[in-house]
Write a protein that binds this ligand. Structure first.
Ligand code: GDP
Length: 407
């Protein structure tokens, strides 16, 4: 699975990363925004007040000289005698002033450094933000990635989710160029994880919860329903659970014989009616048989019908109403991509499904259905069909998808 997807996705993803990197003008890293060294700053802050203080002092000294001159005038002898003392004091005070000033200057310096520090980080954020990727740039760059996802049958809803997640991380965000690739990969991984964030079902464990446990298989013709029923029967048998099959596809020619072949091979009983008979009645009889014969699990095959055929869908609805399955599983062909997702959606709306099995994943080079179907239906994928043999059934693990597309 994913061979085609993986190759193309890898190329376009790498191109996308590079283009985003190019669009983001390299924002200066914190260590690159070089501020003047602290020493220089100190000098600046210290020097200026010093100069000013010196100027002030000079002015005051001049004034004092003037005063002295006045004092030495004859008519103010008395005053003149007193004044020098006062002046002396003033001069003394002036001598002491620098200490006070220095203290003030130091305080100013600390405050200023603090302010500058705050401004420094604000500045980084601003500079980086200013150079971030715009939404328009992002949309342009994402386009090619969008095309690859579409080509590989990824559902529109899923593409939109991936786009929004990436947008959230890349647009108008302060990102360093060297981090772009990591952010993209991490966001994609996270998005894929979220696609499978639905309650999981452990079929084997669940089948042990009730007796008989009833499983109904729905899906269109040729999707691999009959084969999958046989695979599940084998799996349950391996887990010591006795199964009985209901040939409730009374519509398609040869469907009863086909299921009978599997029943014979697996050594299990199959309950059937004639073609054209009421499928709900077949299901009902099979459940009664299972109850009487203490069978563990009833596996009901249904007529494969197009989800758009309302009459036939009504028949499946009736069967589900009568049989009251403990689990209704949608069987879809992985290779049909978006069609498969649409079918699952419709079956869920009309009949109500609990989980999904995707068949033919061994021949699916794209994998879009596997990526999308859970997210669109909010139902888990239980298994992937990986071939035509009974053991070709692989338990689904989202990791398969993430590593499958090379993330
Ligand atoms: P139904 O009409 O839905 O019951 O479909 P069938 O069970 O008859 O399957 C249709 C064809 O698909 C058969 O030839 C199966 O062997 C084949 N098939 C079913 N499941 C898988 C699978 O997982 N991988 C491959 N390669 N073929 C499968």
């Amino acid at each position: 699975m994913f061979n085609f997807f993986k190759d193309k996705f890898k190329k376009v993803l790498s191109k996308f990363s590079k283009e985003v990197e190019e669009e983001i003008e390299e924002a200066p890293r914190p260590e690159e925004i070089k501020e003047k060294p602290v020493e220089e700053k100190k000098k600046e802050v210290k020097e200026e007040p010093k100069k000013e203080k010196a100027k002030e002092k000079k002015e005051i000294k001049e004034e004092l000289k003037e005063e002295k001159k006045k004092v030495s005038e004859p008519k103010k002898v008395e005053e003149a005698k007193e004044k020098p003392k006062e002046e002396k004091r003033e001069v003394e005070e002036l001598k002491e002033e620098p200490k006070e000033e220095e203290k003030e200057v130091k305080e100013e310096l600390v405050e200023e450094e603090h302010e500058k520090k705050k401004g420094f980080f604000q500045k980084i954020t601003e500079v980086i933000s200013k150079k971030a990727l715009s939404e328009k740039q992002f949309d342009n760059l994402f386009f090619e990635l969008e095309v690859v996802l579409m080509e590989n049958n990824v559902a529109v809803e899923v593409i939109e989710k991936i786009k929004q997640n990436l947008k959230q991380e890349l647009v108008e965000k302060p990102i360093l160029r060297r981090k772009v690739k990591d952010i993209i990969i991490e966001t994609l991984k996270k998005s894929l994880d979220e696609l499978f964030d639905v309650d999981k079902i452990n079929l084997v464990e669940k089948a042990k919860e009730k007796k008989p446990f009833i499983i109904c298989f729905v899906g269109i013709n040729g999707s691999g329903k009959t084969t999958t029923i046989a695979k599940i029967c084998k799996l349950l048998q391996k887990n010591n659970l006795k199964c009985v099959l209901a040939a409730a596809d009374t519509f398609r020619a040869a469907s009863i014989e086909q299921l009978q072949l599997h029943a014979d091979k697996l050594g299990v009983r199959m309950i059937k009616h004639d073609y054209g008979s009421d499928s709900a009645a077949v299901a009902y009889d099979t459940i009664k048989y299972a109850q009487a014969k203490k069978q563990d699990v009833v596996l009901i095959d249904t007529a494969g019908r197009l989800h758009s055929n309302i009459n036939l869908m009504d028949e499946v609805k009736k069967l589900v109403r009568v049989a009251k399955p403990d689990l209704t599983l949608f069987i879809g062909e992985s290779i049909t991509g978006n069609d498969c997702v649409e079918q699952a959606k419709k079956f869920n709306e009309i009949v109500g499904i609990d989980g999904i099995i995707l068949t033919k994943s061994d021949v699916d080079e794209k994998g879009g259905a596997a990526i999308s179907v859970s997210y669109v239906t909010k139902k888990p994928i239980l298994y992937l069909g990986t071939g035509q043999e009974y053991d070709d059934l692989r338990e689904f693990d989202p990791e398969l998808i993430i590593s499958g597309i090379g993330l």
